[in-house]
Structures are given as C-alpha cells and as structure tokens.
Design a protein around this ligand. Structure first.
Ligand SMILES: Nc1ncnc2c1ncn2[C@@H]1O[C@H](COP(=O)(O)OP(=O)(O)O)[C@@H](O)[C@H]1O
Ligand SMILES: [Mg+2]
Length: 323
C-alpha cells in the first residue's frame, strides 16, 4: 500500500536465551511520526536494527519504504536514515566538517556535500557553531548534529523517506531535549516518515502521531496518545498534604474513587485518576477546605509512563538503569 511506509508482521528475534522480539506487529502510515514506547530491554533497539537492515529477523515479514528488509536490503538502505544511540562523529572536527565528511562517505560530490552540510546546519540551528570542535558541543547541539548526519545518507542529497531515531534524547537535560524535539518537528514537514523509540511518555506525547507500547518484545497497546491515556483512566489528580498523619482522614473524605487512589506516605501524597478534570479539582479543594485539612499542593497531571505501563501490563518492571 502506497500509504504505508512500514509493515512489520509477527517478527521474532532471539539472542541465545533472550527472546528480544516475540511476534511484534507494527504499521506506520507514510509521513507520520510513530512512537515506539517501552522500558529498557523491551526490544526497541532490536526492532530499529531490523527495520534499518542491520540485523535479520529470525522470522516474520518486514517492509520499509516498499521493500523487504531482508531480500531487498540495498533498496531499503537507499531510502532510510538512522540515528542510533551512539553516532560516529569526529570529536576534533567542527559540525560542518563532520557533515561534509559524512556526505563524502555517502558518495556525495565535494560541492554537493558542502551545500548539503550548510543546508542541514542552517536547518538544525547549528550554523553559529562555526569551527568549534564537536567535543565542546552541549548535549543538545551534539544530538542535533547527529540528526543532521543521519539525514545526509541519501545519495541525491534529499531527506530519506524513512528516518529511525533510537532514543534520541536519552541522557539530555530538559533544554537539550526541547532542542531535539523542535529539530524532529522540522523534519516531519518535509514528508519524512519517522519512527522514534523512547522511554518517555512525554516525548512520545510531544512528537508522535501514534504510539505502539512495547513490552517484552510485543506490542501491548497502540493508538494515539489520547487513546492510550484514556485506557489508563485519563488524567490524574495529586494531593500533597502538609501532615502525613492526615492521609487516612483525607482518603476517607475526598470525593475520589477509593479503590483507585494510591497513597505515598513518604511524599504525603494521594493520587487518583479523574474523568472530569476541573470538577474533580474544585471538589477536592472544597472538601479539603471544609474538613480543615491543609494541602501543600493540589495538581492535575497526565499519567506517567510507569502508570500507563502498570495499567497495561499489570506489572511494573521498568529497570531504572541508565544507558
Ligand atoms: N547482542 C545481544 N546479545 C544478547 N542479548 C541482547 C543483545 N541485544 C539485546 N539483547 C537483549 O534483548 C532484549 C531487548 O534488547 P533491546 O532491543 O536493546 O531493548 P531496548 O532497546 O528496548 O532497551 C534485552 O533483554 C537485551 O538484554
Ligand atoms: Mg535500546
């Protein structure tokens, strides 16, 4: 189908005893951003490596940009870009030199490589870095340069049809993260289909049209962000009391579904899903006032990945290790 950029059917991949992908299915519409959301070890990188022809699946069917990743790997490679978890930049060279080098490696002529490098520097707001060596870049600058480098692969110097971003903001501070988000958004306008893996619900929320939640090598839910959040019961209200000793009393008096309230004594916190945000907020504030229970904070928020996960899987086995 011309409207489909990626089809993954029943893909399995095993490393020794580890079933990294266990019958994974995925369909990505052309020109959209698709988020693959899951904890460490879920199989995200394995999926990206298969989609980008770096790894063969044990079984199943995978098509990218109209070509089979195993039988037509060359055709696929001509049409894709990949931003891996670690990119191969030369630390001593500046941004422009790195991009020109990448362009030459990908068989662009010298002049063409220079033009494309300048265009990408401009596009990702890196022109001002001049000759500054990459080792002196901030995390956000470096990641934007990685992104530019991942786009240079196409022989004709145009954007790839499909771009894979494997955890593009892991390890960045909030500012770097915001810079990368805006760079990704600028890509999508050009018609490129983007597959983005992430551990952050907020990131998928910011960037993705649709999301597949992956756990233990399978898709356990997919849909738009709002659809996924609705599955978990929508938004939540957090109530932080001044006095942890009043948590029990507050639980009894607040107009919240008692069975769904979670209590965290260390943070003096009650948290519960809400359906009507504003009604819940004002009812909670009023009930606290009437009972004379002092709150330090009352806030509405969207569920976290942990909560979405817990709800979808019934287990919370996110490993907290950092990559
Ligand atoms: N080269 C490998 N050899 C053995 N096990 C691996 C290898 N790569 C990944 N795994 C295992 O496969 C599972 C999925 O890993 P990965 O695709 O890297 O997940 P994610 O990117 O979501 O963190 C994990 O249990 C991981 O330990
Ligand atoms: Mg990974």
């Amino acid at each position: 189908m011309a409207d489909t950029a990626i089809t993954v059917e029943e893909v399995r991949k095993r490393y020794g005893d580890t079933q990294a992908l266990d019958g994974l299915d995925l369909t990505v519409a052309r020109g959209t951003v698709h988020g693959v959301l899951g904890p460490n070890g879920a199989g995200k990188t394995t999926l990206v490596r298969i989609l980008s022809t770096l790894l063969r699946p044990d079984s199943g069917r995978v098509e990218v940009a109209g070509h089979d990743v195993v039988r037509q790997a060359r055709e696929v490679r001509l049409r894709i870009g990949l931003l891996g978890q670690h990119a191969a930049l030369d630390e001593e060279l500046g941004g422009r030199q790195n991009l020109e080098l990448f362009g030459r490696l990908h068989h662009l002529g010298a002049r063409h490589a220079r033009v494309r490098a300048d265009e990408l520097l401009e596009r990702f707001d890196l022109t001002a870095t001049g000759r500054k060596p990459v080792r002196a870049f901030s995390g956000g600058m470096r990641r934007r340069l990685d992104l530019a480098a991942s786009l240079i692969g196409n022989r004709d110097g145009t954007d790839p049809e499909v771009l894979f971003l494997d955890e593009p903001t892991t390890g960045l501070d909030p500012r770097g993260r915001a810079e990368v988000w805006s760079a990704v958004r600028s890509l999508v306008g050009g018609g490129t289909t983007v597959v983005l893996t992430t551990q952050y619900l907020e990131e998928a929320d910011q960037l993705a049209d649709r999301i597949s939640v992956v756990d233990r090598g399978r898709v356990i839910a997919d849909g738009t962000v709002d659809e996924l959040k609705a599955l978990t019961g929508g938004d939540r209200i957090d109530v932080v009391l001044r006095d942890a000793g009043l948590l029990g009393a507050a639980l009894a008096l607040l107009p919240l579904p008692a069975a769904d309230v979670t209590v965290d004594p260390d943070r003096r916190l009650l948290s519960a899903p809400v359906t009507d945000r504003m009604a819940a907020l004002s009812a909670v504030v009023r009930a606290l006032e009437e009972a004379g229970v002092e709150a330090e904070d009352v806030a509405l928020r969207r569920p976290t990945l942990d909560e979405v996960f817990l709800h979808l899987t019934g287990h919370d086995d996110r490993t907290k290790e950092t990559v």
